[in-house]
Design a protein around this ligand. Structure first.
Ligand SMILES: Cc1cc2nc3c(=O)[nH]c(=O)nc-3n(C[C@H](O)[C@H](O)[C@H](O)COP(=O)(O)O)c2cc1C
Length: 175
């Protein structure tokens, strides 16, 4: 007999893993943009540059599954309305405008953009991990939007070790 964590406590515990917020875009059968808010974005490897997103079966899943291409747009702190819109909320001004580059749909105000081609998929329950090689990326300065404990937040906390303590020391780890 298998045993699973209770869904409510799983949701609450998982929500304590703070993340950024992205909008994953692709194109539908008519070539029109579709997109969804996703915080499951993860970098997978540097060589070759590879990322993944975990998408529930729906409109965007269908588009990514058909085209085998998606773009990841990392939202800035002041784009909470866009994060809500692509999770199903309405926006008074209607759909945000996309730029198009090499068939990827990009939000110009995103602090980072990745254009990806699907190289592998893993189906898990009603989700699919779409593993994508990054063909193109771009970034610009800006405060990140964060998601923590089921709330959108301003994602730039104070540095824990100000000064020259970088995440990846050149030689070994010295605390
Ligand atoms: C902050 C946030 C993060 C989300 N992350 C994901 C995710 O990683 N994968 C997913 O399937 N849905 C995620 N969702 C839910 C989708 O954005 C939502 O179900 C969306 O309407 C699906 O769009 P679709 O109809 O194009 O499939 C997230 C929602 C929010 C608010």
């Amino acid at each position: 007999m298998s045993h699973h964590a209770d869904p409510a406590s799983f949701r609450a515990a998982a929500s304590r893993f703070s993340t950024g917020v992205t909008v994953v875009t692709s194109s539908d059968a008519d070539g029109a943009p579709v997109g969804m808010t996703a915080n499951s974005f993860t970098t997978v490897s540097m060589q070759p540059p590879t990322v993944l997103v975990s998408l529930k079966r729906g409109r965007t899943w269908q588009a990514v599954n058909a085209t085998r291409r998606y773009a990841v747009n990392v939202l800035a702190a002041d784009d909470v309305a866009i994060g809500r819109y692509f999770a199903g909320a309405t926006l008074p001004q209607g759909a945000p405008a996309f730029d198009e580059r090499d068939g990827f749909f990009l939000l110009p105000q995103a602090i980072a953009q990745f254009g990806c081609e699907v190289v592998s998929t893993v189906d898990i329950a009603d989700h699919t991990l779409f593993i994508g090689e990054v063909r193109w990326c771009h970034h610009q300065d800006g405060l990140p939007l964060a998601f923590y404990a089921s709330r959108f937040r301003n994602g730039l906390g104070a540095e824990i070790m100000p000064g020259d303590a970088t995440a990846y020391p050149a030689e070994g780890w010295t605390i």
